[in-house]
Design a protein around this ligand. Structure first.
Ligand SMILES: *Cc1c(COP(=O)(O)O)cnc(C)c1O
Length: 431
């Protein structure tokens, strides 16, 4: 093959027995492609963080809810979270049983809360008012409380700067009130969880926050502490998005050593017999996914060079929404003399000036017809896609362990754009 820039995927044999060009010819463009081996490896990386018998990985389903990926993650022995009735439904469809699902709720209605209670899944609430609501709906039930370690924990500076999300969690100073509501509704205080924010690249902040959660749990009365079932340290495990600059991955070994020591020492000291969870989304799903697109136009506007593609922000919104960086590969069958790198922006086909998926990158010259690969698109990619501009959501393909490609979700059709409309009654149509 004579690709222009593909050393990363070549080394991994990411596309298995296929070339990106063949995949686009067979399944169309744009196209999300997932590699099963990489997905399984990422699950195992985090499952191997600790050999503590009660440690497990609670995959955060919002990163990617494709049913086929969920089934693989289930096969790998992970459990899963849900943050909405839709995620709960998909978790169940993928085969997760009610005791393998943790419902992490945030400002939900009584109906939604009741739906999860009736599904028999353990729920975490993230405010005193939602704890009260839970107590009223399900007196005597099991419930977890999500804490926000940032506030009132001055010695956890790194945690605070690591991304305190003020909307979330109960601050630790509210513990007496938590215990009062628990007692009032005879609830079983089943566990504590937290999530300090997303995309950390060094272990220290996470370990510090984990130690904080354990020290908070230790302040609980002994009769509660000894009946706790779950301590969930949250997600946020980062991945190196700057592949071609050689960005270092997260130091999993240091994280593993630290976390394992924290959990085992604490469980030994306190007599805790419940489970420990980490809750990664991105780390599991990001690197197994690449978004392929096609270049339809190249042009210069003044000093700016643009490669115009079908990779609009309806397909991958992270760059437009968060200014996120995804590395780029370029695939072309014709042998090409690469020539010098030049500054180019890769843009999509959405009618907005912010529709830029890769801004002012130094890349080999992109030609019309080139296939573009956006790396690390498996997390917060398809799940955040939309039919904006009435552009159809792309198809999704899985490269299995033998390197063969399978369509796992079809491309949307024009008929999908008409699905869901009702004919207004009572002459509303003529109003
Ligand atoms: C989003 C989220 C996660 C996963 O975050 P990542 O950065 O993808 O690992 C975990 N827990 C909660 C509560 C979340 O909201």
């Amino acid at each position: 093959m004579a690709n222009v820039r593909s050393t990363y995927t070549d080394k991994l044999q990411f596309f298995g027995n296929n070339t990106p060009q063949e995949l686009v010819q067979r399944f169309g463009s744009p196209l999300y492609v997932y590699n099963e081996n990489i997905l399984r490896t990422r699950c195992r990386d985090l499952k191997n963080l600790s050999t503590h018998p009660k440690y497990n990985v609670n995959y955060s389903a919002k990163a990617n809810t494709n049913i086929h990926l969920l089934r693989i993650i289930h096969q790998e022995g992970c459990v899963i979270d849900a943050m909405s009735p839709g995620e709960l439904y998909m978790d169940q469809q993928a085969g997760f049983t009610s005791d393998e699902i943790l419902y992490i709720s945030n400002n939900i209605s009584s109906e939604e809360m009741m739906n999860a209670i009736q599904a028999g899944v353990l729920m975490s609430v993230d405010s005193l008012s939602q704890l009260e609501q839970y107590g009223r709906l399900n007196p005597g039930g099991r419930v977890m409380v999500r804490f926000n370690p940032g506030i009132g924990a001055g010695h956890h500076k790194k945690v605070i700067t690591a991304g305190k999300e003020t909307k979330f969690g109960v601050t630790p100073d509210n513990m007496p009130e938590v215990l009062r509501i628990i007692a009032q509704y005879r609830l079983h205080f089943a566990g504590l969880n937290q999530h300090i924010g997303s995309l950390f690249m060094t272990p220290e902040g996470y370990l510090e926050a984990a130690a904080f959660l354990l020290s908070l749990a230790e302040t609980l009365p002994a009769e509660i502490l000894h009946k706790l079932e779950v301590i969930d340290f949250g997600g946020g495990f980062g991945i190196p998005y700057h592949k071609y600059e050689g960005e270092a991955p997260l130091d999993i070994e240091t994280l593993a050593t630290g976390l394992h020591a924290l959990m085992t020492e604490w469980a030994d000291r306190t007599g805790y017999t419940g489970r420990f969870l980490t809750e990664p989304g991105r780390y599991i799903a990001a690197e197994c996914g690449i978004l392929l697109g096609t270049t339809h136009c190249v042009k210069n506007n003044g000093d700016n060079r643009y490669a115009g593609t079908d990779l609009g922000f309806n397909v991958l919104v992270r760059p437009a929404m968060y200014d996120s960086f995804h590395d780029v590969e370029i695939y072309r069958e014709q042998p090409a003399t690469d020539g010098p790198l030049m500054e180019q922006s890769i843009v999509g086909n959405i009618c907005e000036s912010g529709d830029i998926i890769a801004k002012k990158r130094l890349l080999p010259e992109i030609h019309e017809g080139d296939i573009i690969g956006m790396l690390d698109a498996g997390a917060y990619g398809y799940v955040m896609s939309s039919p904006y501009n009435q552009r159809l959501r792309p198809a999704e393909v899985l490269i299995d362990a033998q390197g063969n490609a399978h369509l796992i979700r079809r491309r949307e059709s024009l008929a999908d754009l008409m699905a869901g409309y009702e004919t207004p009654g009572n002459g509303a149509a003529s109003r």
